[in-house]
Design a binder for this molecule. Structure first.
Ligand SMILES: Nc1nc2c(ncn2[C@@H]2O[C@H](COP(=O)(O)OP(=O)(O)OP(=O)(O)O)[C@@H](O)[C@H]2O)c(=O)[nH]1
Length: 491
């Protein structure tokens, strides 16, 4: 005589099968109903028309999350060949044409069906600010040509304009903090240090600054339900290319035929034109009277003397506020971590000085050694680096250190709060992303309502509940099993 297993009984089997199907159906519905829709993306394009060059950035974000948080990312960038658009004053048409290759790339990168709805912006910075100051009709002509060129592409063209220094600083700060998810989460923010070719920006939030002292340095934001009172300042002419011009102008005040420049390596000897050196509003008023056509720019390679030259381009004495950075500009006490990008990164990365835990004295020693290396040796060690960049790293490193410590008042301690960065989570640090987020209203003033549970949490809870229900159901059949097991069957 053998007892029949209750699981083999038809009723139990049918009930179990129905139970399993019910669970699978329940979990499937939970998964499908709450699964994000098939990811479709929207796109935005921003052209950064800088003083030294133009760059194009493409951003994308999930189509159904237009108004959501921390999800816009850079998918592509393109560096326009040649100089910045401000250098086309004598040939405005060339400025428009120069953008064609990168714009064609953008056409390939953005799916065709999204072209017409993709906003396209061009923002120009210090190069065009200077050209506009110097010759506003030339600047208008460059913009006309650029607009015509951009409108030939199938995107939704939203205009080209010059950003103010304040906007450039504030949008750079938004970019850095957005990419770090600091805005959405209401965390302590990171300050932004941007070193361009013609201007430089410093932006940070300080508990000590409420905007009442020097209100022109204050920008207020309400983002994700938090209020920010940002201190920002842009120094026109203190980008690294214009700063170099100013340093050279101090050394050529009397119109000499040769200058021995401590900021260039020994053995560097290049003939340069006075007219070219003084061809900028940052130095034009200092042009010596009747200088020769050219001068010999000779290197001496001495960091300490270079720092003395660089210091001369800063006015560190006049200040009508409670405290200043330089040139009489108000600056509150530095606070928190800082992200330093653009030329800060290019230069410090080349010099192997991005580790800010290195004591400032050691940084100075390394720069001393680097500047003292002969030009022949430097070229031998870096055969693939662009000669213009290579020749200027001693000056640029010295300028950065002087700007940070003497200009902005970073101390040996606060220097370690600086993080030299190029990208954050795959997107370049710079003003462009913040500019687009602002113009597309992609950062809400108030924190968006979030679902009570994330998708995975919801699915897990439904699965656990379904299993528990099934267990309860099986247990409820227990009397049936017992009855079955009490009535043994003879096989
Ligand atoms: N070493 C090095 N320097 C670079 C590189 N790309 C750009 N630069 C230089 O770094 C400086 C800053 O470059 P950008 O951040 O593009 O500045 P920009 O937008 O042209 O200038 P602004 O209009 O003042 O903002 C300029 O002097 C450039 O010539 C690079 O790859 N390596």
């Amino acid at each position: 005589m053998k007892e029949k297993n209750p699981w083999h009984m038809p009723v139990t089997i049918i009930i179990s099968v129905i139970g399993v199907i019910a669970i699978v159906a329940l979990v499937t519905v939970a998964v499908l109903q709450n699964k994000p829709l098939h990811q479709k993306y929207k796109y935005g394009i921003v052209l950064d028309a800088g003083s030294s060059h133009t760059a194009l950035y493409i951003y994308q974000w999930p189509a159904e999350k237009d108004n959501n948080t921390g999800r816009v990312e850079q998918t592509h960038s393109c560096k326009v060949k040649g100089k910045g658009i401000s250098s086309y004053a004598a040939d405005p048409w060339g400025a428009g044409e120069s953008l064609t290759v990168c714009m064609q790339e953008a056409k390939q990168q953005v799916p065709v069906k999204r072209h017409h709805e993709t906003p396209l912006y061009l923002g120009a910075t210090a190069g065009m600010r200077l050209l506009n100051m110097e010759n506003s009709s030339a600047s208008d002509k460059v913009f006309e040509a650029v607009e015509q060129a951009l409108q030939r592409f199938p995107f939704s063209y939203q205009g080209a304009r010059i950003l103010s220094g304040q906007e450039e600083g504030a949008f750079g700060w938004v970019t850095v903090n957005y990419l770090d998810d600091r805005l959405e989460q209401g965390l302590e923010t990171t300050g932004a240090l941007d070193l361009g070719g013609a201007s430089t920006q410093i932006s940070f939030v300080s508990d000590k600054y409420d905007g009442s002292e020097s209100p022109s340095n204050s920008v207020t934001f309400r983002l994700y339900g938090n209020d920010y009172n940002l201190y920002t300042h842009s120094f026109l002419c203190y980008g690294k290319d214009q700063a170099l011009r100013m340093a050279l102008a101090y050394q050529t005040q009397l119109g000499p035929r040769t200058i021995s420049d401590p900021c260039f390596h020994q053995g560097y000897n290049v003939s340069k034109e006075y007219s070219e050196l003084y061809n900028s509003p940052c130095v034009s008023d200092r042009k010596p009277n009747g200088p020769p056509v050219t001068f010999n720019h000779q290197g001496m390679g001495n960091f300490q003397q270079c720092q003395e030259v660089v210091k001369r381009i800063f006015n560190l004495t006049s200040c009508k506020y409670s405290q200043c950075s330089f040139n009489g500009v108000f600056q509150p006490l530095l606070q928190g971590p800082f992200g330093a990008f653009s030329a800060y990164y290019f230069v410090m990365n080349f010099l192997n000085l991005t580790d800010t835990s290195t004591p400032l004295e050691t940084v100075k020693d390394k720069l001393t050694q680097y500047c003292a290396t002969s030009w022949a040796q430097i070229r031998l060690e870096h055969p693939n680096v662009k000669t213009k960049y290579l020749a200027e790293y001693c000056f640029s490193g010295t300028y950065i250190l002087t700007l940070l410590t003497e200009g902005y008042n970073f101390t040996s301690e606060s220097y370690s709060n600086i993080n030299f960065i190029k990208k954050i989570k795959g997107s370049d640090a710079g003003w462009t992303l913040g500019y687009m987020l602002n113009l597309t209203n992609m950062i809400p003033a108030e924190a968006p309502d979030s679902p009570l549970l994330p998708h995975t949490g919801y699915v897990s809870i439904v699965t656990v509940m379904a299993l528990l229900l099934f267990l309860l159901f099986i247990l409820s059949l227990r009397p049936l099993w017992l009855r079955c097991s009490k009535r043994p069957q003879i096989v």
